[in-house]
Design a protein around this ligand. Structure first.
Ligand SMILES: C[S@@+](CC[C@H](N)C(=O)[O-])C[C@H]1O[C@@H](n2cnc3c(N)ncnc32)[C@H](O)[C@@H]1O
Length: 776
């Protein structure tokens, strides 16, 4: 527990309930705002906390968590790295400023401070603002249970990663149960509760230490439950009666299936009174910590079973679709009837982008489409069964980092099959190697060979994030402030020499290249208010010439992405969409939206500046300053190559025309208008993904009871799924070409799951649109 530095002790706490709500909170505000050092407090959480402590020491007692107990929670924040943290009971903002700052350092997003007394709420807001934390802290005035329910129903509070309970003792249990019932405290949530032994909160301790069986028995009981006050000192139960009258409690029943690991930590009150306990807890499930259906064996077995169980429906759908297409769709519409038949190779034919392009070309042109892909289990690649593919080729898989086998097999196909146009939709090798293939294939096939692939010099300009930003800036286009740093000094120059930059500007750092640490750094916003702390943080990264970092100005608005086909420096087709938390849901922005217009103009400039040889698929990722329709947006990175989002062009017949100018420069004019997605364009989803995530998982969770996935949440998920089924389009299913869909869900993935089981390969996520399986 350590010792307490008596020079830091607050004034003693007055008797009874005379130690708060007597005007001292407003007095504190005057004290801080008339302090001779006020200017130095601005933007400094540590200094504002120092001023509050000074008042508590030299003027009157304040019921703050204080430095000693505060350290327990700030350590917990650094360990847990919560995105969303909530405190119950804000008082004058001491814990809010201390923990809000710690949350920011840990890369968190939002700190909600729930305070019942509006006068105290106003004090918190004024001090949080002074400390420069208003961007991350939200003060919510009102009774905690009402505020929790309101924030939840407004969609602002979907889960709590870390909850700090420090308000009204009897409400600890009832509010925790409410959070459990709403599902915002769930497996993985962590809690810290103050004063559970002294002055004491027996009902709360009892509840979080009860077994599932005891809680379930209580759960079944009907009638009002008053156990949340039993054993709490009367003075504490009546603490707020003077102002609010007799307390009323919400009667939420909680989630009896959650269990808590708990630990009591001894500490000191800010007055120096010892043995005040903070109870830290993490919520878990009774069995092994993760849902059984998320464990390796059950997960794969259930998915194989699900695939088998849905096979008859898929077959029926495929047959009906096919019949429908035969009756209503008619034959192919050839748009280039005069052109000689050419041989087009689409690599990555089983991905959504490969299939989409092959289908469009097959339907609307007279050329022969060849498909190629790496196929780990023979005969399982969905693309090989597409009606749009005249012949399928199996590419050799790369051997670890060595892409040579894939490159060689691809070049040999291009040579043997006399390919005229190569459209690359694969993710087999990197953009740099793809550019090399373009060059080598050109040498093998001669000048008649064309490809939708950027050349090596273009890839070099765009491949790395910092090179891309540097290039964009060299074109005179607007970018966010960013720097490539190869040592600590450079970072410090940017972060700490304020004259060089806007004082309030924050930065995020990323390792250059595909480093594993990219993820770990998350969105830690720099600099911290304490320069020494910033230096320590930067030192730990060990930045060097060999291991450089990219420092980029942080803005908090939404992310937008584009997908463009560029031929000879001209934008041929363009679509923009907003990034979603689920990467395989796509909805196009209307072409008339100001954001879409801006992104198109921007891309046109980049394409034009690329020159005549600039040909390929390009996606630019933009970050907006705010949610507004006409917010400023900035490019932050790009990806080279066809992307799943090309699905937004699935019904854009003209896209088939778009590739054709490449085949014969002299005969075919590049279209004068840019091809946009159909308006209104349907949104896209992948049924296999949505059936599992929006139907199976919520139902299983509800059935098993772990994680408190409540009925309403299950209903919400099912409604979302229903909306997708009715109004959205599946990214793989096409009525005239249903086999890839059948093979994808009933051959490819079940065999991948079987292989994962047999080889013991644990995976964490799959992407049905790109056929990728992320292994642990
Ligand atoms: C011990 S103080 C909080 C101290 C604060 N966490 C800190 O360390 O700086 C308790 C606060 O909880 C507030 N409070 C009491 N009951 C509440 C309720 N039901 N909802 C929200 N706030 C409540 C009180 O007004 C008081 O400001």
């Amino acid at each position: 527990m350590g010792t307490f530095d008596q020079s830091k002790a607050y004034a003693a706490q007055e008797e009874g309930t005379n130690f708060f709500d007597d005007g001292r909170e407003i007095e504190l505000l005057h004290f801080v705002y008339s302090h001779p050092d006020l200017d130095g407090f601005r933007g400094s959480p540590a200094k504002v906390l120092g001023a509050i402590d000074e008042y508590g020491r030299t003027k009157k007692y304040l019921m703050n968590v204080g430095e000693a107990k505060g350290k327990i929670v700030t350590d917990l924040i650094a360990e847990v790295k919560p995105e969303i943290m909530v405190e119950l009971g804000g008082y004058v903002g001491y814990s809010c400023i201390l923990f809000g700052e710690a949350l920011r350092k840990a890369g968190g997003q939002r700190y909600f401070s729930l305070e019942r007394n509006p006068e105290f709420g106003a004090v918190i807001m004024a001090l949080v603002d002074l400390a420069g934390l208003s961007d991350i802290v939200k003060v919510v005035v009102g009774s905690s249970d009402e505020s929790i329910a309101r924030l939840h129903s407004a969609g602002q509070l979907k889960r709590i990663d870390l909850l700090f309970l420090d308000h009204y003792k009897p409400a600890y249990t009832t509010d925790l149960k409410l959070c459990e019932e709403l599902g915002i405290i769930s497996v993985g949530s962590v809690m810290a509760a103050d004063n559970v032994i002294k002055p004491g909160n027996p009902p709360y301790l009892k509840y979080v230490r009860s077994t599932v069986e005891t809680k379930k028995a209580k759960y079944e009981e009907d009638g009002a439950d008053a156990s949340n006050v039993k054993g709490i000192r009367e003075a504490n139960v009546k603490m707020y009666e003077k102002r609010y009258g007799e307390a009323k409690f919400n009667q939420s029943k909680g989630n009896p299936n959650l269990v808590y690991d708990s630990k009591l930590i001894n500490s000191f009150e800010p007055t120096g009174v010892p043995v005040c306990h903070v109870l830290t807890m993490s919520a878990g499930v009774p069995v092994r910590g993760i849902h059984f259906y998320n464990q390796h064996v059950p997960k794969n077995v259930l998915l194989i079973f699900f695939s088998l169980a849905t096979l008859p429906v898929s077959i029926a759908l495929a047959c009906l679709g096919f019949l429908h297409s035969r009756i209503y769709r008619g034959s192919r519409t050839i748009v280039d009837g005069h052109q000689p038949c050419k041989r087009i190779l689409v690599t990555g034919i089983s991905t959504t982008s490969g299939l989409t392009i092959a289908r469009l070309l097959n339907r609307y042109s007279r050329h022969r489409i060849f498909g190629a892909d790496v196929e780990i289990i023979p005969l399982t690649s969905p693309g090989r069964y597409s009606r749009s593919v005249a012949k399928f080729f199996r590419l050799d898989a790369p051997e670890g980092d060595n892409a040579e086998p894939s490159v060689d097999s691809l070049l040999s196909i291009i040579r043997k099959e006399k390919i005229d146009l190569w459209i690359n939709c694969s993710t087999i090798v990197t953009a740099v190697e793809d550019a090399e293939i373009k060059r080598l294939a050109g040498q093998i096939r001669g000048p008649g060979f064309k490809s939708v692939q950027f050349s090596e010099d273009a890839v070099r300009r765009f491949h790395e994030k910092d090179q891309f930003i540097g290039y964009i800036r060299s074109l005179g286009l607007q970018t966010l402030e960013s720097h490539r740093c190869t040592d600590e000094e450079e970072v410090m120059q940017v972060l700490l020499v304020v004259e060089n930059r806007n004082k309030d500007r924050k930065f995020v750092m990323k390792q250059v290249g595909e480093g594993a640490r990219d993820k770990a750094l998350g969105v830690t916003l720099l600099p911290f208010s304490d320069a020494e702390e910033t230096k320590r943080y930067i030192k730990k990264l060990k930045i060097s010439k060999e291991d450089p970092y990219h420092l980029q100005q942080y803005i908090s608005g939404p992310e937008y992405r584009t997908h463009t086909l560029i031929i000879h420096g001209r934008v041929i087709s363009f679509v923009a969409y907003r990034s979603t938390s689920i990467p395989i849901h796509y909805t196009a922005l209307p072409p008339i939206s100001p954001l879409s217009k801006y992104m198109l103009e921007f891309t046109e400039t980049v394409a034009r500046e690329g020159g005549h040889g600039f040909t390929g698929h390009l996606g630019i990722i933009f970050q907006a300053e705010s949610e507004s329709e006409d917010a400023e947006i900035y490019p932050v990175s790009c990806n080279l190559g066809a992307h799943t989002s090309i699905i937004l062009h699935q019904q854009t017949e003209q896209l088939a025309h778009a590739y054709l100018p490449l085949l014969n420069d002299s005969q075919f004019e590049i279209p004068s208008t840019i091809i946009r997605s159909q308006t209104p364009s349907p949104s896209y989803y992948w049924i296999g993904h949505d059936l599992v995530t929006l139907l199976c998982i919520p139902i299983l969770s509800n059935f098993v009871g772990y994680g408190n996935v409540k009925k309403e949440i299950v209903e919400e998920s099912i409604l979302e799924l229903w909306e997708h089924l009715r109004y959205w389009k599946d990214g793989t299913f096409v009525d005239w070409d249903p086999l890839p869909f059948l093979v994808l869900y009933h051959v490819y993935w079940p065999l991948q799951f079987l292989r994962a089981l047999m080889k013991g390969r644990r995976w964490t996520a799959i992407d049905v649109s790109t056929m990728q399986m992320a292994e642990e």
